[in-house]
Design a protein around this ligand. Sequence first.
Ligand code: ADP
Ligand code: MG
Length: 566
Amino acid sequence: MVTMDSITLIAESLKRQGIEYVFGIVGIPIVELSMAMQAAGLKYIGMRNEQSACYAAQAIGYLTQKPGVCLVVPGPGLLHCTGGMANAQINCWPLIVIAGSTFQDHEGIGGFQEYPQVDAARIYCKYAVRPPTVASIPTHIEKAVRLATYGRPGVSYLDFPGNVLRATVSNDAIFDEYTHPKPPLCYPDAESVQKAVELLKNAKRPLVIVGKGAAYARAEEPIRQLIQQTNLPVLATPMGKGVVPDTCDQSVASARTLALQKADVILLLGARLNWILHFGRAPRYAADVKVIQVDVCPEELHNSIQSAVAIQSDILPFANQLLNKIGYYSFGKNSDWWKILKQKCDINRRTVGEMALSISVPLNYYSVFHHVHEIIPKDAIIVSEGANTMDIGRSMLHNILPRHRLDAGTFGTMGVGPGFAIAAALYCRDYFPKKRVICVEGDSAFGFSGMEVETMYRYKLPIVIIIVNNGGIYSGLDADTYKDIRSEGDLTQITPPSALTVETRYDEMLRMFGHAGYFVKTIPELRQSLADALKITDRPTIINVIIGPTSDRKQQTFNWLTESKL
Ligand code: ADP
Ligand code: MG
């Protein structure tokens, strides 16, 4: 009888289903599985925390449309991973999580790291299963990959008890495995496209909003053409940036608030009307705004407000059909709408411009980002997280290519940066060897997953980490106040919850590998260190940029989160 190990069966099945990368942390009972994966030709990246492994696996899914695998140990391993699973599911990114679980004959009597894993995983997943037999493993791996990528992308979870990972099965018993084709494209109905054309043509203040669903859909070509041909004002969501270049004439990013508030017809392409888009409701929008909503997921249609036209479709065929039907229509350059939008863009750019050009020390966010933007390659993948660091960076660091920005996303998760950067750097290594990854982190955000610098070093990933360091969450303390506080009283009572240590030398982390990072306080130092860091191609670098502890955003008409006092 010819038999096969279950671990080889899992590894080869994943490989056949198109999986390329596995991110994980080994331990009992998955050590042998990780080696079987390498033997099957899967690329295995050992990370330092399951959360980061999970972030990396989902970022590779977003970048390649093929889910990455996150491989973890039972109990705490899987629980550490659930933050990442929720993040992927909420971002609508494909991901496969595989966990070992306690030996089945130890279940119920306090097995090592025993936990109801399939139940726990289910709420973060589209599909969660413990394959009932070894012979059925390929069937469930095929299904896990298919469900992660078909329809609205999301998470699949596969559970393998220790005894199953040590089992063998007769080759004859294994169910025949098939591979599925790429997800089928969902086409819009002609009548809805016609309605959309009419609404857009009759609009006085039209606006196109491009979300990360459009980025995931690879719909950049027809959307770019549509915007160019129709001259419609366009606004990208944070990770929708780059589908249409931020630098194009039709981008009204600098007049975001006004554009949302005054638009009478909005074409919403692969974005949800959630908190990121202020729910589509007044006062952030006109109460009678007409939304043309295009989404692959029918359950998303009419969510939060009723859409004027709701279209279940992939963005790519929809954009192609719209382009076709809208003909030579072009929205007037000299219209009142364009005039007020341009005017607002000019005013906002001027306000920011003054702060951006300041070279006074301590530096401010705008000046740091202005120079970072000038020096980094225009086609770099930008990873960004933090509060102000991410918010201000979003407007100052342009993306001219789609899927070139990875940030805290729909779930607002801090700690994603290093994992995302590792995935992006592997993607560059394997598909675009000259492309760079720039990871722009707030000092607080960096703290969540900073140890992944070791992973970056081990795999020779040339990630440039820029830490915008204000010594705190939102804001920090100045050096004198910090010193005073530390010389008196109970620190747990008097240290502001938002404060971190002043001028922490995150750059010194590179000493762990015998290298120096960059400690930067002035613009010339920043420019020089960035130029030097970009020359390093076989390891990560850290540029630790000290900015004023209370450097802030320019005054906003509305705060991003209106409920927050911040
Ligand atoms: P953003 O954060 O950019 O606003 P969201 O994640 O809120 O974007 O929304 C993305 C939307 O795109 C989701 O509702 C998802 O269902 C949808 N989507 C994902 N892939 C596609 C696709 N290929 N075609 C159309 N819509 C898609
Ligand atoms: Mg900070």
